[in-house]
Design a protein. Structure first.
Length: 364
């Protein structure tokens, strides 16, 4: 399919009235992206049963492609806008590797009620490896976003990449198939992560949360006791991207995000305060005092208590799983199986040895 629309160029901060054809960004080896811009008063975008985008084209192209004098290029549009308002400059992109066209439309929206929290409750997040996010609200509500299926997809794609890399000759470092797999892996992770942030923040807004505490896990990112968990944290999770996205969406809803230390929260017993004798195995935290609970949910609750001692009675946690399209509540949450032994070494992030680091390239 030919890329027909022409754009107005912006030179030294002002719009140049001369049309500028689309241009490639990047290089052919890494996968080029064909990108062009359309001035905000040179297109119309309508949503409905037959959503469409219309842009003007030059007279030469009209003659070449048989368009009438007043006819415009019309393209079908899929999707539904999150925000409606005064339209900005439209960006049209063709991705060679994905073989897909995308349009990005910034809009200026009027002041919204969403920038004012409904109440002044607080919440805390624990970012995990198996469960992407565990959240506790001062009202007693708890949320748990499961990440196992997502990580398995990530690892399967990683193994395919490694397989095709092994087939390359000595003169090549990559191929179109490998770059497409990298792009697929990153886009799939980003889609799930963006959906998680939106779902989480909307739920927190409905709860009346005005302040959200997020653990500062810089030390955990630099060194970790498990190569598998290290892979999840470094490559799959993309923590810095998550925080940037979280800040952006929380700003829409007037929720303040604060990063605080979460040291020991994953090992601290909420009943007796014990740290060194507790045992963490997968999703379970057990203590010699007899306490047994979900480690990530316990960590988020302990983290919140450090910031705010007033935490309500805990309600039944809401478990959420990714359907490849949205985060949906799981009506049959996983049970907490205790498989620890007396001789099992407890996990202690504060004393993790730097000699067991598994390095990898991040998609972030």
């Amino acid at each position: 399919m030919a890329i027909i629309p022409l754009a107005q160029r912006e030179v030294a901060g002002e719009l140049d009235e001369r049309p500028s054809p689309p241009g490639y960004w990047g290089n052919e080896d890494d996968g080029r992206v064909l990108r062009t811009y359309v001035r905000n008063d040179q297109y119309t975008l309508e949503y409905g049963e037959r959503s469409r985008l219309e842009v003007p084209i030059g007279s030469d192209l009209k003659d070449e492609y048989g368009f009438g004098y007043r006819e415009r290029l019309r393209l079908e549009v899929a999707g539904d806008p999150k925000w409606r308002g005064e339209q900005g400059r439209l960006e049209l992109v063709y991705d060679e590797l994905a073989d897909a066209f995308r349009a990005f439309q910034p809009v200026t929206v009027p002041d919204s009620r969403l920038d004012s929290p409904l109440a002044s409750h607080e919440a805390a997040l624990d970012v995990g490896a198996n469960n992407l996010v565990a959240c506790t609200v001062s009202t007693g509500s708890q949320l748990l976003y499961d990440g196992r299926d997502l990580f398995e997809q990530f690892r399967e794609t990683t193994e395919k990449i490694a397989h095709y890399q092994s087939l390359l000759d000595d003169q090549r470092t990559s191929s179109e198939r490998i770059e497409r797999l990298y792009r697929k892996r990153t886009n799939r992770r980003d889609h799930a992560q963006d959906g998680l942030v939106r779902d989480l923040v909307e739920r927190l807004y409905d709860e009346g949360v005005s302040t959200l505490y997020v653990g500062d896990i810089t030390d955990v990112l630099s060194t970790h006791w498990s190569p598998v968990v290290n892979e999840k944290i470094h490559n799959f999770w993309a923590f810095s991207r998550f925080i940037d996205r979280l800040d952006s969406v929380c700003e829409e809803y007037g929720i303040t995000v604060e990063e605080e230390s979460e040291a020991w929260t994953s090992q601290e017993c909420p009943e007796c305060g014990e740290r060194k004798e507790t045992v963490r195995h997968e999703d379970t935290l057990t203590c010699p005092c007899g306490f047994e609970g979900h480690a990530d949910l316990v960590a988020s609750a302990s983290f919140l208590r450090r910031q705010n001692n007033a935490v309500g009675s805990m309600a039944r946690p809401v478990y959420l799983k990714w359907t490849n399209h949205e985060w949906r509540e799981d009506q049959s949450p996983p049970s907490i199986a205790v498989e620890t032994t007396a001789n099992e070494e407890y996990t202690d992030r504060s004393t993790a040895s730097s000699g067991n680091i598994a390095h990898g390239n991040s998609d972030d």
